[in-house]
Design a protein around this ligand. Structure first.
Ligand code: BTN
Length: 329
């Protein structure tokens, strides 16, 4: 085989694997390219990092499964007809710490209402309650900076609309039986497929900016999930056996998020709550929850118009519980 020297070793490996469409041993690749097997493994690692899906197995070698799909902001922008979300600046980061962190910085620096920050990967994706979000390969991670004229106590509504936008995308576009798990998860087959994190900056008790951050596992395989999350999380590809271009997943989620955000701004909370209740699992269920460091056991009876979960304990005391974690600045 004659291969041009200008092509990098890593790209030569991608070419070899792609062309073969079946298992190629590490020995074969190392012989063909005149490099060690350790070097082959290192280059395969780099390709995976770029979004290639390459399986490996002892004694079999490597199997090329999927090209990285390219996110094209112009394509997404031109396919959208939104009122607010996407109407600010757009940022793409191949790799970042956390899109929510980037959005918080940009929010505090005055980023325009509706700005979007998207990333190819995150090294420290943030989850609720300080947890870490595992940023799966070939998936979507984005945050939008919003400047709503809204009372801070209504911030839970942003979590409500974001989970709804993702749940509706999974159900309507991918045909998956997706369910919202209060407060911020979207599950398929009882496994977490997406999560939402709303954060906000307040000044003098008023909302200065709010961020909706969404992570959704799209074209990742279960074999790529960390051991401790196996069986607990899933992806669109695992559930539908199809892979979806991230451009279209971004478009579908952003379009729905904008639709529901417009309902929030126009005070159509009853419509939002109705749609949410139809697609979530918590209402009328017995739950145990930590509220202001007190353990409450009771029944989740409703969602208030401010997006708070209403829980009644067995003495008929009512508690209204917020969905999110917020930064107070
Ligand atoms: C959770 O399940 O606890 C919420 C997870 C939210 C993850 C997304 S990924 C994009 C955005 N950036 C972050 O750092 N977190 C959110």
């Amino acid at each position: 085989m004659v291969m041009e020297n200008k092509i990098s070793t890593k790209d030569k490996i991608a070419y070899l694997l792609r062309k073969n469409k079946e298992w190629v041993s590490g020995e074969n690749i190392s012989g063909c390219l005149g490099i060690s097997r350790a070097a082959v493994a290192k280059h395969v690692g780099a390709l995976r990092h770029e979004g290639y899906l390459i399986e490996s197995a002892p004694r079999r070698g490597y199997l090329f499964k999927l090209e990285p799909d390219k996110v094209d902001l112009n394509l997404i922008k031109n396919s959208l007809n939104t009122k607010i979300i996407g109407k600010g600046e757009w940022f793409w980061l191949d790799k970042t710490f956390s899109t929510n962190r980037e959005a918080a910085i940009k929010g505090a620096q005055g980023a325009l209402n509706g700005s979007l920050i998207m990333a190819g990967s995150q090294t420290n994706g943030r989850g609720r309650k300080g947890r870490k979000w595992f940023s799966a390969p070939r998936s979507i991670f984005f945050s939008t900076v919003l400047r709503p004229d809204m009372a801070p106590k209504k911030l839970s509504l942003l979590t409500i609309i974001a989970t709804l936008a993702v749940q509706q995308t999974l159900a309507e576009v991918m045909g998956l039986k997706a369910i919202i798990k209060w407060p911020n998860d979207v599950l398929v087959n009882n496994k977490k497929l997406a999560g939402v994190l709303v954060e906000a900056g307040l000044s003098a008790g008023e909302l200065d900016w709010a961020i909706i951050g969404i992570g959704c596992n799209v074209n990742a395989c279960a074999s790529e999930f960390p051991e401790e999350l196996k069986g607990l999380i899933t992806s669109v590809m695992e559930e539908s056996s199809k892979n979806y271009p991230r451009n279209s997943v971004y478009k579908e989620i952003i379009a729905r998020l904008d639709y529901y955000y417009d309902l929030v701004l126009n005070k159509k909370e009853p419509d939002i709550i109705k749609a949410w209740k139809l697609n979530s699992e918590i209402i009328n269920k017995k739950i145990a929850i930590n509220f202001n460091n007190i353990k409450i056991e009771g029944e989740a009876v409703d969602i208030s118009l401010e997006g708070l979960l209403i829980v009644k304990d067995d003495k008929n005391y009512e508690y209204q519980i917020e969905a999110g974690d917020y930064i107070i600045s």
